[in-house]
Design a protein around this ligand. Sequence first.
Ligand SMILES: Cc1ncc(COP(=O)(O)O)c(C=O)c1O
Length: 436
Amino acid sequence: MPSREEIAYFGAGPSGLDNQIAVAASQAFLNYENSGLGLAEISHRSPEATKILADTKAALTQILEIPDNYEIILSHGGGSGQFSAIVFNMVAMWVEKRRRKAMEELDGDEGRVLERVMKEVRTQLRLDYILTGSWSLKASQEAAKLVEPLGKDIVNIVVDARKTSNKGKFDNIPEEGWNLTPNENYGNDESAFVYYCDNETVDGVEFPKFPPQLETKSDKERLIVADMSSNFLSRRVDVSKYAAIFGGAQKNIGITDITFVIIRKDILTTQPSNSFLHAVGIWSPPTILHYPTLSASSSLYNTMPIFSIWISLQITLLLLTTHHLSSPPLLGQEHLSHKKSSLVYTTLSAHPSIYNINVPHPACRSRMNICFRIKGGDEGAEKAFLKGAEERGLLGLKGHRSVGGVRVSCYNAVGVGKVERLCGWLGEFAEKEGRE
Ligand SMILES: Cc1ncc(COP(=O)(O)O)c(C=O)c1O
């Protein structure tokens, strides 16, 4: 039976855990701080749990440099749950902004206000989605399903990267042709939000930085929402550019069952009454997805997995101590993430007749999920590569079933040494194949 140290795990999620943290977690699971109870057993409202929750938020605020006008919500339901939560909460905010504007302009005449907002919902409500991979596609499909009763064209596909691909695949980030809903700053055209996925886990496409196409002048706001499930805490992020950022913990910052939502506080307070929402034809959010409720209860609206939260806390603290000499610390992790992915891409690029990287343009290649085919998708060669990898303790490398090939996930817990081991096998395999 191999030890943890012998295995280098490159799975796309859940990811492996730092060994030190896994060992400490096993102890905390059994008997937390000599209390005679494990962390999965204690009440989520106990003083221990309250402290873990508060410490986690504080550590996250420090490492991500989260400004004061943002709130951290911990939620269930994974990234997939947020595909719905974002729609419910952001559409409700759009309705409330329209209601307030109409109240001002129609001197508080509630009947006319209702009539006007109802009409605006039917004719002007738009949700902007940028499609660069399977996960943003899935999120847009969920949104379309939720708003379908309101009309067919509410989800606006800003851009679909498959259309600018030579292969009709998600393998690029189009620079031009973005059809964003015009933003008139609470005027008649503004979309409820603009959604994108910062790192597409399945396709290996990552935005190199905040999309310049979404930059706006200060008086023309766009509410930007980003799914950072698979590159969370792997680089610095200017949180102030976003209305909301979310990410499941299980790749870069823990184990499954926790989803982090970082949300601007004004979104929590710009929400209509349920009765107004219903009157304009929109469902109110299920309580478990309702950000103001989750925030008001300090993310303890219902039973939270304190054990999972504790692991995220340990990982964040480890990142802070590991990179305490970097200023800010996340810059240290950013350099490390770049180093790891560069090692793999450089090795792959050194053997172009063997390895074909799925994403042609280096600028949008993911640092987290490196996807490639072997000899143009030769089934025998790909099987042989994966078999040889397994024999060397290099696991979790099979590509997503919808894409095939090989996928190397270099999340935060994957150390440089493990990446070097993988590169050794990549080189060895390429030489062997090249000789045959
Ligand atoms: C980028 C991205 N978003 C969303 C999800 C969905 O996350 P979950 O499985 O936690 O619902 C995933 C899962 O891998 C993902 O990679």
